[in-house]
Write a protein that binds this ligand. Structure first.
Ligand SMILES: [Ca+2]
Ligand SMILES: [Ca+2]
Length: 284
């Protein structure tokens, strides 16, 4: 407001220009304060190690405790607190900060609720803040298993899916249609036998590193790409299989546009030139 009043009153055109630039910067700053992770530079990496989560429980606020990250139960309710969990005891229906007791090294996790037909989901909301339409992304993360349940032959999973929404989409985790699943990015519990027990999700036997490109998307400027994980209900509703404790850690995300037409032609010309040179070589 002060800038606007000064702009209207100041006699110097140069000063007015400076004030106008300040106003633009102020507006841009306000716009950048909007929710979700703003992905502004194609080819750059967004990374998240979740270590800002506490080693003891605290309140959980979607898109605030970790910017861009959300939880939701399939009933539509969202957890309002998170537990720090090392797999030693049930922590259902909650956001989870998984890690060794007292350690500052954390991951983001879940333990499915025992309520029939209810699933717990978490995910990341990314806004394309660049000027380019992005056509592919590569997601990498480590899946960590922090608790195994005895007598369950079927392994629990964190099923990975993605979908693109319009800007300002809000929490889309409970949207039931339109998702594309990617099996190469779905985390299946590596341990599914033995007694019910806590596991060290940071130990190599209890974790899996996943990475895969996803191509053929059309993620336009301003649109929101949602990545979500669903803690699957593997047994009949209400079985103890839901009590596996699973988490994600050390995540990185990179998205890029379609190579430009000029780039394709250039690459094609170079390949053709190399091929002809090789042909001539063979003829000699
Ligand atoms: Ca971590
Ligand atoms: Ca970890």
């Amino acid at each position: 407001m002060g800038y606007v009043i000064a702009l209207a009153c100041h006699p110097s055109p140069l000063m007015n220009l400076r004030i106008l630039i300040c106003c633009v910067a102020l507006v841009e700053s306000c716009l950048n304060a909007r929710a979700s992770v703003l992905y502004g530079i194609p080819g750059n990496s967004y990374s998240q190690d979740f270590d800002s989560l506490g080693s003891s429980g605290s309140t959980w606020t979607n898109d605030s405790t970790l910017q861009g990250w959300y939880y939701a139960l399939s009933t539509g309710a969202a957890p309002t607190s998170y537990n720090a969990a090392n797999g030693s005891s049930p922590a259902q229906d909650l956001a989870l900060s998984v890690g060794s007791s007292g350690s500052g090294e954390r991951g983001l996790g879940s333990q499915n609720p025992g309520t029939a037909n209810t699933k717990l989901r978490f995910g990341l909301q990314l806004n394309n803040d660049s000027a380019d339409t992005l056509s592919q992304f590569t997601l990498s993360y480590t899946g960590e298993e922090w608790r195994v349940i005895a007598n369950e032959a079927t392994q629990d999973k964190l099923v990975f899916e993605y979908q693109i929404f319009a800007s300002g989409s809000g929490n889309q985790l409970t949207t039931t249609t339109g998702w594309t699943s990617v099996s190469a990015l779905t985390f299946t519990a590596p341990i599914a036998a033995g007694a019910s027990a806590a596991l060290d999700g940071n130990a190599s036997a209890n974790r899996i590193q996943l990475s895969s490109p996803v191509t053929g998307i059309t993620w336009a400027p301003g649109q929101e790409l949602w990545l979500r994980w669903t803690d699957s209900t593997v047994g009949a509703s209400g079985t103890t299989a839901q009590l596996y404790m699973m988490g994600v850690d050390d995540l990185s995300f990179v998205a890029t546009p379609e190579p430009s037409t000029a780039g394709i032609f250039l690459a094609g010309s170079l390949l053709l030139g190399a091929f002809r040179s090789r042909q001539r070589g063979f003829q000699v």
